[in-house]
Design a protein around this ligand. Sequence first.
Ligand code: GDP
Ligand code: CA
Length: 315
Amino acid sequence: MLVALAGGVGGARLLSGLVQVADPGDVVAVVNTGDDLTLHGLHISPDIDTVVYTLAGLHNRATGWGVATESWTVMAELETLGGETWFRLGDRDLATHLYRTQRLGEGVPLHQVTAEIARARGIGVRILPMSDDPVRTHLVLAEDAGDLPAGTEVPFQTYFVSLRHAVPVRSVRFDGATRARPAPGVLEAIGEAETVIVCPSNPVVSVGPILAVPGVRDALIARREQVVAVSPIVAGAALKGPADRLLEELGHTSSVVGVARVYAEWVGTLVIDEQDADVADAVEAEGVHAVVAPAVMTNPEIAASLAAVVLDAPR
Ligand code: GDP
Ligand code: CA
């Protein structure tokens, strides 16, 4: 069995490679829910949906979120009504949120609803939310942003979508994390996996919330030699999103060495892109085994070969 810790896009890309080189039925994806939000009364789980849509081949490659062949009738009507349209929800995508919200309202836990959605989409990978309990990522702004003064704490999607992650951040908090329990099967999967894969997701706001769920970090530390991460930072920068800036703003370094330092306690091996081959020794100096491979997944073949490297990587 293989476990993959995943955020949205980077996680979904590596998972799409993994299912080409391993039996999907052997893969458990543990997905960040710190980005979840309630909007229009609907429970939206953006990272789970990105993973589901990608593995189902429905994803929008250009945006990195939502369904590729989407229509926007509901959003247009909502706009007419003066409703909240800052977070774009396509018509097909909305069905996912309607289904999830209805089932949660019936008392079905998130992990089971997620399994139902994955099954209906024909996905063989077992997709688990990190927790059934609410954990919500909040960020404290380091500078004024429009009406919001420095020091304001905002929910993740306000930072990411409304503010276009263009404002520096002072700190990050995972609201609800101390009370949250890992979803059923998460700790067992980490404990039993041949390899625990940390997808190239945002270390601060995608991997961070998973680690904040009580028990997860200790379970990973216990398996450290089997834990293989793929760096989301390539040549000092994120390929997408604010991972590089968030690392710097929170006192880390935006480089593969910085990622190694942040992960060293619980990651045994870090896969870094060929562009970073010259700093492989510096990664090793952090006590993390470095493996160099093409790690920018511009097509399914590279994703598959990267996944194969990851499976080969534990020392
Ligand atoms: P989000 O939830 O959609 O923001 O996605 P994630 O947290 O999973 O991923 C964002 C991170 O994935 C960024 O830091 C990117 O640099 C990284 N990423 C995306 N695609 C790739 C890729 O092909 N290779 C690597 N190494 N990192 C990637
Ligand atoms: Ca995300």
